[in-house]
Design a protein around this ligand. Structure first.
Ligand SMILES: Cc1cc2nc3c(=O)[nH]c(=O)nc-3n(C[C@H](O)[C@H](O)[C@H](O)COP(=O)(O)OP(=O)(O)OC[C@H]3O[C@@H](n4cnc5c(N)ncnc54)[C@H](O)[C@@H]3O)c2cc1C
Length: 672
């Protein structure tokens, strides 16, 4: 058998995931090609939201999208392994335990923070560059508050409650904004006055967010300082110890927490590969640059400055290929490529666009077509300052506050729908709105207030009883007798009358309607009142006078669409429709009583109510049914109901089906 061509993607984040998706979409029918994605983690970390986890706004799992969820429905081999190096001559990736041969290789292993050789920066700061970093910062902050709550020495207490964020770029400002917001609830929890807490952003340049227009820089700075934050500009850090930070002017800030967010460079893994490094522009190393742990230091062949050989980005040509190696592509933060004399920025859009180019060119190579050159198309940046405020510069538009934050959410949702469909979007909405704590969203806590399940269970039982009574009454009144048709006005239809109302068969004949039948009809729609009145309108005053007292229906006559349906569809099998209504009412009642498939029963309940409204059978009391159904639709049977046992089992079964995997319509995580 012919060996399959192997395309291996290293790195399952923005760049790697996108490359895999583009390649799969175009090559899925070519069985002689195998696509493998290797990452040291089983998930794609949403790096752009790490600050939300670090700053206690979102739960840790909110920034992880499992590769199984993303690729479950695709024929892509997923490997969890930490790759140590690549043997380019032998065309294979090497880990501690395995080797992975390739014909084409895409490397998107990301970046690392740059400490600029500042003494103590690497040792005594908390970087925000991975999921683990975010968790560590979160735990550290909580620990500082707990410790400060017990600290009697004012100087020590002050130090514990001083938080320094080094770097006023988007990561630093976002981190500081979250912390500023989070401190309020941490203070309440620990009995600390918010006035005792300092959150300081230290920036070397003369403004924060230098990547944004000046107007937005100022807006963000004003919001931040108004909320109690402090900003030190023109303040390069010169040294960091476990007890304090030293600024260039000689001032020190006593602190136990320094979060490092400035500086980004290629990752150590990439720098150790035998590939050409990018230039070292913007970096001036001192003459006496010491050797790093691996004893490496390199001089840039083009500009003559030194770069730390371990930490450079990797040069690519316009096709995103490593120039000296065949079939090797570099994407995302690792790639060094200059456009108009400037290196491409290390942001998500770069990762997506470089990986698109790389995937396109692999396919072109396989098909003997011409490769295409990379051309960036950036849309802008959004920076949040906590959960309720943001500034954004998108497509040359400047936005602030609610609109900027809404834009950030929309763009995140747009990204997620492409990555893992509606399921990932639902998770995002849950984490950012439905489960948000301390009102930390643009709509405050309005969507996150919860009702205890026992109240919903009581409402569910009430609604179940009501439907059961409705259905049973109809049975008693003969709705399951094929000779009695209440649901369609057969006589009116056969006479060509357009006002064909439910239950009016006998009524239009006036004289054939007995009091018993009127009673039956009056009692057979939800709330029992809505039936006779519209029907009575259609018949003689004398007949109407005999009808039972009933409430006025919401509509005077059925909607046109309903009349059309009645005249053209229901009329062909009126008994089937009549029996269906009765059986549906009984089944909905039983399901709600048992708490089984509650969501479906509640949806059916709403459907029936809508039908009764458009057919002009329902009075305002129908709203009780509808509102109760809406209240239980979210899973009123998951407590004190059979759904408690049935749903987890069903979820497991459904998540394993091909259709769930292909459409991303998983319920929760695919493994659950
Ligand atoms: C806190 C923070 C906030 C940010 N905010 C924004 C923002 O608002 N907007 C924006 O555009 N950009 C933002 N960025 C930058 C953006 O996240 C990066 O540009 C983007 O993540 C780059 O994607 P990538 O695929 O190149 O690399 P990464 O996202 O870094 O992914 C690299 C992947 O490779 C895997 N990997 C690495 N080495 C190995 C190995 N040896 N073996 C196996 N697997 C390996 C990793 O596990 C990871 O999954 C932010 C970054 C951070 C850290």
């Amino acid at each position: 058998m012919k060996e399959k061509k192997k395309i291996v993607i290293l790195g399952g984040s923005y760049g790697g995931v996108n490359a895999a998706k583009v390649l799969y979409k175009k090559l899925k029918n070519q069985k002689e090609i195998e696509i493998t994605l290797i990452d040291k983690n089983p998930y794609h970390t949403l790096m752009t939201e790490l600050h939300e986890v670090a700053g206690g706004r979102a739960e840790p799992e909110s920034v992880l999208v499992s590769h199984e969820k993303i690729f479950g429905g695709m024929d892509i081999r997923l490997v969890i392994d930490h790759i140590q190096t690549v043997d380019f001559n032998g065309q294979k990736l090497i880990s501690e335990t395995a080797e992975y041969p390739y014909d084409y290789l895409v490397i998107g292993a990301g970046a690392e923070p740059d400490y600029f050789d500042i003494p103590g920066a690497r040792e005594h700061t908390l970087p925000l560059w991975s999921f683990e970093n975010a968790l560590k910062i979160r735990e550290h902050i909580e620990f500082m508050f707990r410790k400060a709550a017990k600290e009697a020495n004012p100087a020590k207490r002050k130090k514990l409650l001083t938080f320094v964020i080094v770097g006023g770029g988007f990561t630093g400002v976002e981190m500081a904004g979250e912390l500023l917001e989070w401190k309020n609830s941490l203070c309440v929890k620990n009995g600390i006055s918010p006035k005792d807490v300092r959150v300081i952003v230290v920036e070397a340049l003369d403004a924060i967010l230098s990547i944004l227009p000046q107007k937005l820089q100022k807006k963000a700075a004003t919001y931040f300082t108004k909320k109690g934050g402090e900003i030190l500009t023109k303040s390069p850090i010169t040294g960091i110890t476990p007890e304090h930070v030293t600024v260039k002017d000689g001032n020190t800030i006593e602190t136990k927490t320094v979060i490092w967010t400035c500086g980004v460079q290629g990752c150590e893994f990439g720098a150790n590969l035998s590939l050409k490094k990018g230039k070292c522009v913007f970096r001036k190393y001192p003459e006496n640059l010491s050797m790093d742990a691996n004893g490496k230091k390199e001089q840039c062949s083009e500009c003559g400055k030194y770069i730390n050989g371990k930490l450079g980005r990797l040069e690519v040509n316009e096709f995103m290929e490593a120039p000296e190696k065949k079939n090797v592509y570099i994407v995302g933060d690792m790639a060094w490529f200059e456009e108009k004399g400037k290196p491409i920025p290390q942001i998500v859009e770069t990762a997506l666009q470089t990986s698109e180019t790389a995937a396109h060119n692999i396919i072109a190579d396989l098909q003997g077509r011409q490769k295409k050159a990379f051309k960036s198309d950036y849309h802008g940046l959004m920076v949040s300052v906590g959960g309720r405020y943001a500034v954004a510069h998108v497509m040359n538009m400047s936005l602030t506050g609610f609109f900027a934050m809404a834009m950030k959410h929309l763009i995140n949702l747009h990204y997620l729908i492409g990555v893992a469909g509606i399921n990932a979007c639902w998770d995002y909405i849950k984490h950012h709105f439905l489960d948000i704590r301390d009102n930390r969203s643009i709509i405050g806590g309005h969507a996150s207030a919860k009702v205890r399940i026992y109240w919903v269970a009581a409402l569910r039982l009430f609604l179940g009883v009501m439907w059961l009574v409705e259905g049973s009454t109809k049975v008693i009144d003969g709705w399951l007798d094929p000779s009695k048709i209440y649901i369609v006005n057969m006589a009116a239809i056969s006479n060509g009358t357009t006002d064909a109302q439910m239950g009016a068969t006998e009524m239009t004949e006036g004289q054939s309607l007995t009091q018993e039948e009127l009673d039956a009809m009056a009692s057979t729609t939800p709330a029992g009142e809505t039936w006779a009145a519209p029907a009575a309108d259609a018949v003689s005053t004398a007949t109407a006078a005999t009808a039972p007292q009933a409430e006025k229906p919401l509509l005077d006559k059925p909607l046109g669409l309903y009349v059309w349906f009645q005249e053209n569809v229901m009329v062909k099998a009126p008994f089937v429709f009549q029996a269906t209504v009765v059986i549906a009412e009984i089944l909905i009642g039983l399901a709600l009583l048992g708490g089984l498939f509650t969501s479906i029963a509640a949806a059916g309940s709403i459907g029936l109510c809508l039908m009764f409204i458009v057919s002009a059978m329902a009075s305002k009391e129908i709203f009780w049914y509808m509102i109760s159904a809406i209240a239980v639709i979210g899973g009123g049977g998951r407590g004190f109901g059979l759904d408690y046992w049935v749903m987890p089992w069903l979820q497991k079964w459904w998540n394993r089906t091909k259709i769930a995997k292909k459409t991303y319509l998983y319920l929760d995580e695919p493994r659950k």
